[in-house]
Write a protein that binds this ligand. Sequence first.
Ligand code: ASP
Length: 439
Amino acid sequence: MVKVVKFGGSSLASAAQFKKVADIIHAEDSRRYIVPSAPGKRDASDTKVTDMLYECYGAAAKGKAYKHLLQDIKDRYYEIINTLGLELSLEKEFDVIEACFIGKAGRDYAASRGEYLNGIILANYLGYEFIDAAEVIFFDDNGRFDSKKTNYVLADRLNGVEKAVIPGFYGSMPNDTIKTFSRGGSDVTGSIVARAVKADLYENWTDVSGFLVADPRIITDPKVITTITYKELRELSYMGAGVLHEDAIFPVRKEGIPINIKNTNQPEDPGTMIVESTSKKPEYTITGIAGKRGFTAVSIEKDMMNSELGFCRKVLEVFEKNGISIEHMPSGIDTMTVMVHQEEFEDKEQEILAGIHRNVSPDSIDIESDIALIAVVGRGMKSNRGTAGRIFSALAHAHVNVKMIDQGSSELNIIVGVSTDDFDKAMNAIYDIFVKTQL
Ligand code: ASP
């Protein structure tokens, strides 16, 4: 059994957290490849080392005072090293970092040092080999992750290496400069390593006991999702459910490796298993609910629209030309509605209206803003009659007016649009009907 184990920033934010992490790793021999994040927040008012590095680099590269900022970063690492009683100095590394900051080595280089230094400390503490991600994770000339080269080099490098620490979040470009993934990208590194070593399991340790059925800022004390498929997760994370970086599922998915989200502060909790597919019935008909505010519906009406060849394409072309991406597109016989992000749309509103008039001469265009979209996701819907019925009767009972409905033919999700003012009420109504009353 081989496990790749990734620890997030809050799991490695202090010496006390490092101890918990070491206990977890030592509890199972199979935990052989470890991917750390940079030290994160120790409490709500704290700053992540990654953000401290961005700030320090910004100052140094502009020739402004930066030494105090660098000292704050050093202090974060030395608290860990000294409290753990390690015989380790990072002075040489910090000298190189300082010189590179002054020499404008780039923001990505700066941010990557958070994981790099934390990796050195963790490897030292565990007695594991340290492998610099710059030597095994690659990006192409366009800055896109080079999965083929990475998988080849990484698999070869780890072959025969019993135990290693590989820092998350970054890799190198063909010209040897450092490039990072987007924020939270250590999740992606963990997945890449799991694929390369064909791990049995990718454990992703964080500060919550898994994915929750709904956002805890809206629903009080929501249940944990015990098992979720990659596809369901895609739907939910797209609609705003956090915890795991969106791109982290792709590498492991190629190899069918499950991901287990676990809580460093409560390691005995089972967490959430993310799998390709499962025969396990979800506990409730739905797996999760997620939603986003801030959408605008642009409804275009024209008699006999349905018989006009290329009508939709001509409308969509206008959005494309203005760089606006489209979320959903419910339609009727003589109407089509295009749902877009309000913020993006507002800047281009008049150009788009003019463009639609020019392209398709509609009878009318109606714009409605402040719409929230809610995705009700679940593999259980396919085999259950009446899911949609239950959603809509729950919303009706809660006096929520439904503005849009969209169900994909995969029957994996139903998306409803409601007024932003009704968002919390709608989420609660749907959660209650499926989870609380367990219908
Ligand atoms: N340290 C990076 C960030 O704060 C990457 C990560 O934690 O995954 O975004």
